[in-house]
Design a protein around this ligand. Structure first.
Ligand code: NA7
Length: 537
């Protein structure tokens, strides 16, 4: 321990300066008057939106709800230009927020937290950065994101490739010139589906290496109507009320109608209308049982399959693009712009790597069981070690030196996704076991930040130094999270929700499916009952 760690250096350390870290800092520093420091590995704010700069990167939530709700003036003054916010615009927004609330002076940029060890004797966290600084803090709060640990598959020969290669989640800031190049994209999740149509416009040739075909709905992206935005601004209070009490964090009125209660003709008319409108309303505002009832789901799955066959000209390619091994929404639902149309371009080839697996990466490209593909650029749109990955990148140790990685070796264990037993005053923003990635993230982030700030404020008023999940409450919550997920369609696909994309990762459904509205009530009830399930000391 260095001298600097002998006394308490600050009240709270926040890791990450994305949506979560920025608001947490605002709360701790400006509202609670605490000394708080934020460590951010990037050279600027933005988190996910700082790193994911791949072509076509954009959010799937509509702009008017993909923002903070905590400041009325901010809501009124910010003007979104499109129906969905594109990566550069979200990054501008977060920079604006950082400037508006003078947050940068409390943020150490270009600084990664490498370890955080709890000192039982002194009840504080000792946090070490990659700059060698050791800081002692009462609270350790993680705003490290759910999808921030990029995953590049360990394909044989990867290091031999003589061309350029990039992961979508670590895209160069200066962009990549793909004009006239032969490009291979591995992966067809959100990042692949968003980037493939844009890359296809620049590249001389594009080869898409697909492992699992995807259901994706047209986004119908475009400029946002001024009258619509004016109306939103006039009604924001009601919009946020609906979003915060909904299941997914969006103010879409649920439709009280089963897909099985109408004739096939009527059902397809509803789907067609929703397809034309685009976006997640296809799921949320068509029928109430698509994500619950396998038979209802099959009608939506089949509608999308018919659309793929209709859009893609070559029947062999179309059939390869049609998902048959998992139900719609069992993997993260996707929305796109021109994704399936892209396969009608002469310069685009779909390579089915289930049929002919990738064997190796060579000096000149990718070799599958069937052919060699010569490439100038390989794009890894291969996703993330979701939810637990960002935690395991940091050597976090709680009481008695127990490593978080050890404690979570069979899957994450949390109470409410906020706290984990044995790690006092470690508070997680949208941690595993909370709705997080199943929701519109800013809504979940704000709820956690506000709950954490209220908790710290209450602790201060009551003279409490530490808060920690009770082991039994945690066990009950883990069981509840699992029990809620078991009957859902989510269990029927190999998804990153289940850790299935990472070899050797335990197959555990990590987010909480109960919905943000019900979850908020639970968190509020816990607080109102004197922090039931927590130990305050
Ligand atoms: P995703 O959704 O995890 O997608 C990753 C894609 O990469 C997916 O198609 C994977 O196929 C594929 N993949 C992963 N590993 C391999 C290997 N080893 N070989 C071939 N293909 C592979 O990540 P995204 O970045 O697109 O999106 C992440 C989230 O960000 C998204 O859901 C939104 O919440 C925002 P698979 O389906 O596993 O067969």
């Amino acid at each position: 321990m260095t001298n600097s760690a002998k006394s308490l250096d600050c009240d709270a350390i926040v890791i990450g300066a994305g949506f979560a870290g920025l608001y947490m800092l605002r709360k701790l520093r400006d509202e609670l008057g605490l000394t708080a420091r934020v460590f951010e590995r990037g050279d600027n704010v933005g988190g996910t939106w700082y790193w994911n700069r791949y072509p076509g990167a954009r959010c799937d939530s509509e702009s008017y709800i993909y923002c903070y709700s905590f400041d009325r003036e901010l809501l009124q003054e910010w003007e979104w230009s499109g129906k969905y916010p594109e990566q550069p615009e979200i990054l501008s927004y977060l920079n604006h927020v950082a400037d508006r609330f003078d947050l940068r002076r409390s943020i150490d940029f270009n600084t990664s937290v490498v370890s955080a060890h709890y000192d039982d004797a002194r009840d504080r966290w000792e946090v070490t950065t990659d700059k060698g600084e050791v800081i002692a803090s009462r609270f350790l709060i993680t705003g490290i994101g759910c999808l921030s640990a990029g995953q590049v598959p360990d394909i044989q020969g990867r290091e031999l490739f003589k061309g350029e290669s990039y992961h979508t989640g670590a895209w160069p800031h200066e962009g990549v010139d793909l004009q006239g190049k032969r490009v291979g994209v591995i992966g067809t999740g959100s990042s692949g589906v968003q980037s493939i149509p844009v890359i296809a416009r620049d590249a001389a040739q594009l080869f898409v290496f697909q492992r699992t075909p995807q259901y994706t709905i047209p986004a119908r992206h475009g400029t946002v109507d001024k009258a619509f935005l004016d109306n939103v601004k006039a009604n924001y209070d009601e919009i946020w009320r609906e979003a915060k009490t909904s299941a997914g964090g969006a103010p879409y009125t649920p439709i009280d109608r089963s897909a099985l209660s109408v004739s096939e003709e009527e059902r397809n008319a509803v789907y067609e209308d929703a397809w034309q409108q685009g976006g997640f309303k296809f799921v949320l505002a068509s029928f109430n049982d698509i994500v619950i009832d396998p038979r209802a789901n099959e009608t939506a799955s089949e509608f999308i399959r018919s659309k793929i066959r209709e859009i893609v000209n070559d029947p062999v390619t179309a059939e390869k693009l049609v998902p048959k091994d998992h139900p719609f929404t069992s993997k993260r639902a996707l929305i796109d712009t021109d994704y399936f149309d892209t396969y009608n371009r002469d310069n685009v080839t779909l390579v089915d790597i289930r049929e002919s697996p990738i064997q190796e990466i060579t000096e000149t490209g990718i070799r599958t069981a069937a052919a060699d593909y010569d490439l100038d650029v390989i794009v890894f749109a291969t996703g993330f070690d979701a939810m637990t990955g960002p935690y395991f990148k940091i050597d976090i140790r709680g009481k008695d030196g127990v490593a978080l990685k050890e404690k979570w070796s069979a899957g994450p264990r949390t109470y409410l996704g906020i706290s984990t037993a044995g790690f006092p005053n470690l508070l997680m923003i949208t941690g595993p076991g909370s709705p997080s990635v199943l929701s519109n993230m800013p809504v979940s982030i704000e709820q956690h930040v506000e709950w954490i700030a209220d908790t710290i404020s209450t602790m201060r008023a009551q003279g409490k130094q530490t808060i920690e999940a009770d082991a039994q409450a945690e066990a009950d919550w883990v069981e509840h999270v699992n029990a809620m997920a078991q009957p859902t369609l989510f269990m029927q696909a190999d998804s990153w929700y289940l850790g299935a994309n990472i070899p050797g990762k335990p197959r555990v459904f990590m987010p909480y499916v109960g919905g943000v509205g019900a979850y908020r009530i639970k968190c509020d009830e816990v607080a109102a009952a004197g922090y039931e399930g927590f130990v305050l000391a």
